[in-house]
Design a protein around this ligand. Structure first.
Ligand code: KG4
Ligand code: ZN
Length: 339
């Protein structure tokens, strides 16, 4: 019998807790702060941290109750240690340490990206390695080769903005609210993807990295240099062409990496994975090369604690009470998750 894990995630603007047992999610609670940050057009780190502090205990209690458990019933506690907003991470790590210490449980310090990569291992998708994973969110854009879930290997990543960040900034330039992904997708659906030719960052054979600074600036000029503000039709064309320039390299490089590495599957994760056009592009590429495409439910693509509980099962637990000296870390380890 596998012990259930209580997992906690507070790296950005979602306060989340979950109880996971093996591949099964017994409960997953996510309290989003998106509305709180919307007036600022982005996440305000200090506001996020303070809000986590006020919410985290209630979210943990709710996750345990929804799983029909008490703290004594779980085998260990897991928490996102890195990377993320340091103040936000600290709330989760301090909470998890306190809970684990009081209950005399081991603690598992989890890498947030490792969580996104492991999300599709959970039911009902149940993807097993080997596969290539694309995580595209507001903070990250990364390709990882997963031959062993204990040590995914980073193949490429963005050298400047994350894909979700480029999408949010583009949406803002087109007068859409924050977060911009869903609104940009809706507007893009009514426009032409070929009306404008936006530059694709790091175009060239074989690259596995991404760059979004150029396309973002190109949209800024395209909007600014018009004699009059774009009408509805023009905004839709700009949205569709821009979205295509952001998404196409994600799909192309994910599929190319899987083919080059000789793995039979690709996986999507992160908030941008909710985008229908991205799924379509990756789906077409995967079909062409006979690859399985694994996409977890939207609630497992955006930030959540169930994925942290999944990754925890591939991360060494720190025994009670040795973890009391460990801390949150804002950055990703330079050499990848297992480094
Ligand atoms: O994973 P996530 O919820 O939070 C982190 O950033 O970690 O990802 C949020 C990002 C935002 O940039 C948001 O605009 C984007 O995911 N997003 C989308 C869509 N839904 C959310 N991007 C494109 N199309 C969508 N439908
Ligand atoms: Zn994330």
């Amino acid at each position: 019998m596998i012990d259930p894990i209580l997992a906690i995630e507070t790296s950005c603007d979602e306060t989340a807790a979950a109880v996971v047992q093996g591949r099964r999610i017994l409960s997953s609670v996510v309290a989003s702060q998106a509305e709180l940050h919307a007036p600022y057009g982005g996440v305000v780190p200090e506001v996020a941290a303070r809000h986590h502090l006020g919410t985290v205990n209630a979210v943990v209690d709710e996750a345990l109750a929804a799983a029909g458990m008490r703290l004594a019933d779980v085998g260990s506690v897991a928490v996102t240690q890195r990377p993320g907003l340091i103040g936000a991470l600290l709330i989760g790590v301090a909470t998890a340490k306190a809970i684990a210490y009081a209950a005399r449980k081991p603690l598992v310090m989890v890498d947030h990206l490792h969580g996104h990569i492991a999300a599709c291992w959970l039911e009902p998708v149940c993807l097993d390695p080997p596969y290539v994973s694309l995580v595209a969110s507001g903070g990250h854009t990364r390709l990882d080769l997963v031959t062993d879930l204990r040590e995914p290997r980073t193949l490429g990543q963005t050298i400047d903005d994350a894909a979700g960040e480029a999408i949010d900034k583009g949406a803002r330039l087109l007068g859409l609210g924050y977060p911009g992904g869903p609104a940009l997708e809706r507007l893009a659906a009514t426009g032409s993807r070929t009306a404008h030719e936006f530059p694709v960052g790091l175009r060239g054979a074989g690259t596995r990295d991404f760059s979004y600074a150029g396309v973002k600036t190109a949209l800024l000029y395209a909007v600014r240099e018009r004699p009059a503000p774009p009408d509805e039709r023009e905004r839709a064309d700009l949205a569709a062409s821009y979205q295509e320039a952001v998404l196409r390299p994600l799909a192309d490089r994910l599929v190319a990496a899987a083919v080059d590495e000789g793995v039979p599957a690709v996986a999507l994760g992160g908030g941008v994975a909710a985008n229908g056009r991205l799924r379509e592009l990756v789906g077409e590429g995967a079909d062409r090369h006979g690859l399985r495409l694994a996409v977890p439910d939207r609630s497992l693509c955006t930030d959540n604690a169930a994925m942290i509980g999944a990754a925890a099962q591939f991360t060494e637990a720190v025994p009670w009470p040795r973890y009391l000296g460990l801390d949150a870390v804002a950055t990703a380890p330079p050499g990848g998750i297992a480094a």
